[in-house]
Design a protein around this ligand. Structure first.
Ligand SMILES: C[S@@+](CC[C@H](N)C(=O)[O-])C[C@H]1O[C@@H](n2cnc3c(N)ncnc32)[C@H](O)[C@@H]1O
Length: 213
């Protein structure tokens, strides 16, 4: 999907393509990364500050960022320098079923996912129950899913959906900056804006479970 015009988008994507972009075909992360390190995903990475910082901090893990808007994704891809443990895909999360094998992920971050505030759009929220069930398929049992948001609507909805699908919530906080569970927090681009205004960030975690499918 393309929303905004950015200069020379095709050429810039081409420059990054070989090095960074995971193609839209069934993925074998072992051959993509050349090792069997755990793969941690972020869905809706925006300009990608968070996942790149994670990749720098954790060279013993691999990172996989998904973003549906190419003119946004290019800004994430162009930030990468020497990091070999990160790959990107321009795709909608709903289209990943064809691409991501079951049990291929060891963690998932949902950072400031679109809240879709109107109730009629709730099935588009990335914590809608059908998504959570799909995440349980992609994630190795017991992997952590973490959500951060400024939206009370999305936060309340996510608590409900996580509980309704039988998962156990943990590290639930209405103000991440006051919670010791998030001491190693890396701020995303969106989060920086809220932090500047001293607005609280909501956060939660749960562990994936195959028995719940
Ligand atoms: C509000 S922004 C947050 C970006 C970044 N995570 C941050 O915190 O700075 C949400 C991002 O998720 C992307 N997004 C929303 N729904 C998506 C989906 N279903 N599949 C892939 N990307 C999605 C949007 O294009 C947008 O870039």
């Amino acid at each position: 999907m393309r929303l905004r015009k950015v200069k020379n988008l095709e050429a810039r994507l081409d420059t990054c393509r070989g090095r960074l972009l995971l193609e839209k075909e069934p993925t074998c992360f072992q051959s993509v990364f050349g090792n069997d390190h755990p793969v941690i995903a972020e869905f809706g990475i925006g300009r990608g500050k968070f996942i790149l910082e994670m990749a720098k901090r954790h060279p013993e893990k691999n990172f996989f960022g998904v973003e549906r808007v190419d003119s946004v994704m290019i800004q994430a891809m162009e930030k990468v320098r020497e990091e070999k443990n990160i790959r990107y895909l321009i795709a909608n999360v709903e289209d990943l079923v064809e691409i991501l094998p079951d049990n291929s992920l060891s963690g998932l971050f949902l950072n400031f996912s679109d809240p879709w505030p109107k109730k009629r759009n709730r099935k588009r929220r990335l914590t809608y129950r059908d998504y959570l069930k799909q995440y349980d398929r992609w994630l190795i049992e017991g992997s952590t899913v973490q959500l951060k948001t400024d939206s009370d609507i999305l936060f309340a909805f996510s608590i409900e959906e996580v509980s309704q699908t039988g998962h156990i919530l943990r590290d639930v906080t209405l103000d991440l900056s006051k919670s010791s569970a998030y001491e190693d927090n890396i701020r995303t681009e969106y989060e920086e804006r809220f932090a500047e205004q001293e607005l609280p960030i909501r956060a939660l975690r749960y562990d994936s479970g195959k028995a719940l499918l």
